[in-house]
Design a protein around this ligand. Structure first.
Ligand SMILES: CC(C)(COP(=O)(O)OP(=O)(O)OC[C@H]1O[C@@H](n2cnc3c(N)ncnc32)[C@H](O)[C@@H]1OP(=O)(O)O)[C@@H](O)C(=O)NCCC(=O)NCCS
Length: 175
């Protein structure tokens, strides 16, 4: 496109300012309302599984509960065009205290997800690395997670290896 004096104008993409923090720190920072954080976070989780809405109180209580047992790491940015918070990635680690292994911890990684529009940019990799570092710092002797076979390679690239099989028992509301 030509501009003043017939010079070429190039439109550069707006650089992204992605921030990494914990969900509880984002809530505590009061930069955004609970409504904004909840809406953006549940929208992200719905790209992983069912994430029906919660009241603000339920949402904050659940975040506090998880944060006592571990940490929810997030990546977020402020979308300047839409003037809104976008939580673009997340992953959780839970520390399970063990009586074996000298009373150390087993770390459980859960709910790794990156917003569809932000995939392939290394965001999951960064979050996974942060969770591994947290587990190591806490003194976990191992970190484990469940995943579908189509995602195996992603975890293998990040130092995880296949061990055993997963067993699950789900309970329905009327059981
Ligand atoms: C899986 C997921 C979290 C990856 O997020 P992402 O931010 O796009 O991943 P990254 O950009 O950090 O990818 C890091 C590396 O893993 C690779 N990778 C990403 N997704 C992969 C997949 N599904 N299978 C194999 N490799 C994958 C990337 O190619 C990249 O490798 P490279 O560094 O050699 O290029 C994302 O696709 C997602 O949210 N999927 C839906 C939810 C889900 O399945 N979560 C996992 C639950 S166990």
């Amino acid at each position: 496109m030509k501009g003043i004096n017939n010079l070429e104008i190039y439109y550069l993409p707006i650089p992204m300012d992605i921030k990494y923090t914990s969900l509880i720190e984002l809530i505590d920072s009061k930069k955004f309302t609970i409504d904004e954080i909840k809406a953006s976070y549940l929208a992200l989780l719905s790209m992983l599984t069912d994430a029906p809405t919660l009241t603000n109180r339920e949402f904050v209580n659940q975040v506090f509960k998880v944060s006592k047992m571990g940490e929810i790491r997030i990546a977020y940015e402020f979308d300047i065009e839409k003037t809104q918070l976008v939580i673009i990635g997340s992953g959780t680690i839970i520390y399970e205290p063990k009586l074996i292994h000298g009373g150390s911890y087993a770390g459980h990684i859960e709910d790794i997800v990156v917003h569809e529009k932000y995939r392939g940019m290394g965001i999951a990799l960064t979050i996974l690395q942060e969770l591994s570092d947290l587990g190591k710092k806490k003194g976990c002797y191992k970190i484990i997670l469940d995943c579908k076979s189509d995602i195996e390679k992603f975890y293998e690239k990040n130092g995880f290896e296949k061990r055993g099989i997963q067993m699950a028992k789900y309970f329905t509301a009327n059981e």
